[in-house]
Write a protein that binds this ligand. Structure first.
Ligand SMILES: *Cc1c(COP(=O)(O)O)cnc(C)c1O
Length: 402
């Protein structure tokens, strides 16, 4: 998919921002256009994703899980094996290298659950850049360990105290900081969302996931996968997997959103499945609204998926019918979390467990020579304390799935 000159995917995307931000974004878009096909820039990106993050990540055939379910072969793309435990570093490396080329010295980011803040702090340390991460005061309290991780790597964490004191206020304060110092600072966005050029740029940096997957599955299976599945928060790991296969009509692409506790208002964050078109955070996409048309309250067991909108390219792929979007509940995600842990000895992130849940749902009805690839976007170490607490409260029991 390509964006038109104003950064639209069909009718979605664009730049719905204050006037002062437009020239800053246009400059960023122009600089990105200049470097994105520069062989030296690409070589530098390839160097760091290999030597800093450990790429390429393997694809792994889940022999035990496949045998248990019967039906399609289930493979995992092991993004959980990246440095810092998730796919996010693919993007932070790309953007920080661009920041360096643009002569910037200061990185600004905002983070909700803290995962993107940690990846940003790490790459800023790598490049010797100053780093300020904005976080809602409520999130600072909830995500103490991630705040400490960022601080250990030399980042400054600013607690946003206005309004609801969550992600929205952190975004506002981070944007203010950018507008007040565009000469020196670079806004490093964590998912395939936001105003143009971020959705296309983040997609490009994440599309290494799908490129590697294609070559790896061709080598192991001698054909393309029948189905690629990824969880969708903002949509960066999903678009990173999908992009390489969009032109191959035989490859089914499925994004899985969080259905949380249920489908009532405030209980989920299934923006594509249950939302409607609208503008928030500077772009047009599907979003969940409250009765005043403002961003809805959202919920998911996985902090990385609870966002009331979604990357604009997914909105376009949905309308085109090229990708399908479904949801999985907290319960299904937790069941899948334990199933992968017990059957394969791999503890997945709760986000990724949503994608896995859909694979587990559909594999038994597919032929034995069919191939499913699940993008295992992250590892579950960060979720262990949360699961332990829920088990000790009696909300879940550790099942015996063998
Ligand atoms: C942040 C995160 C996500 C959600 O972000 P996307 O942009 O939708 O990929 C998914 N999985 C993990 C492990 C994450 O850390």
């Amino acid at each position: 998919m390509t964006t038109d000159s104003k950064g639209f995917f069909g009718e979605y995307g664009g730049q719905f921002v204050p006037e002062q931000l437009k020239p800053i974004l246009d400059n960023l878009a122009a600089e990105y256009e200049k470097y994105k096909e520069d062989p030296e820039f690409i070589a530098e990106y390839n160097y760091y994703v290999k030597h800093f993050s450990g790429r390429e990540t393997p694809v792994y055939f889940c022999a035990n899980l496949t045998r248990k379910l019967g039906g399609a072969k289930i493979y995992l793309k092991r993004e959980d094996l990246n440095h810092l435990g998730a796919h996010k570093v693919n993007n932070t490396i790309g953007q920080i290298l661009l920041a360096k080329r643009m002569g910037k010295t200061r990185i600004i980011a905002e983070t909700g659950a803290g995962q993107h803040g940690v990846a940003t702090a790490a790459t800023a340390a790598l490049m010797g850049m100053e780093c300020t991460v904005y976080m809602g005061a409520v999130d600072v309290e909830r995500q103490k360990l991630n705040v400490f991780r960022m601080q250990m790597m030399g980042a400054k964490v600013v607690s946003a105290q206005s309004g609801q004191r969550t992600l929205k206020e952190a975004v506002d304060e981070a944007l203010d900081a950018w507008i007040s110092d565009p000469e020196n600072s670079f806004y490093l966005l964590g998912s395939a969302v936001g105003p143009h050029p971020y959705p296309a740029m983040v997609r490009d940096f994440q599309s290494i996931v799908g490129r590697e997957t294609r070559a790896q599955i061709m080598e192991m299976e001698g054909k393309l996968p029948d189905c690629c599945i990824a969880c969708v928060g903002g949509g960066s790991n999903a678009i990173g997997m999908f992009t390489e296969f969009i032109g191959d009509e035989s490859v089914k692409l499925v994004g899985v959103e969080p259905a949380g506790r249920g489908l009532a208002y405030g209980d989920h964050a299934a923006s594509l499945c249950l939302g409607e078109p609208g503008v928030m955070h500077g772009f047009n996409s599907y979003m969940l609204k409250d009765d005043k048309g403002e961003p809805a309250e959202v919920y998911s067991i996985s902090a990385g998926l609870d966002y009331p909108s979604v990357g604009p390219e997914h909105a376009h792929l949905k309308d085109l019918g090229r990708a399908e979007y479904v949801y999985a509940s907290d319960r299904e995600a937790v069941d899948s979390f334990f199933m992968l842990s017990q059957m394969e000895g791999i503890i997945p992130a709760l986000e990724s467990s949503h994608a896995l849940a859909h694979a587990i749902r559909i594999a038994p009805d597919m032929p034995e020579d069919a191939v499913i690839v699940v993008n295992l976007s992250g590892r579950g170490d960060k979720d262990v304390a949360q699961i332990e607490e829920m088990v000790s409260q009696g909300r879940f029991a550790i099942p015996d799935m063998k």
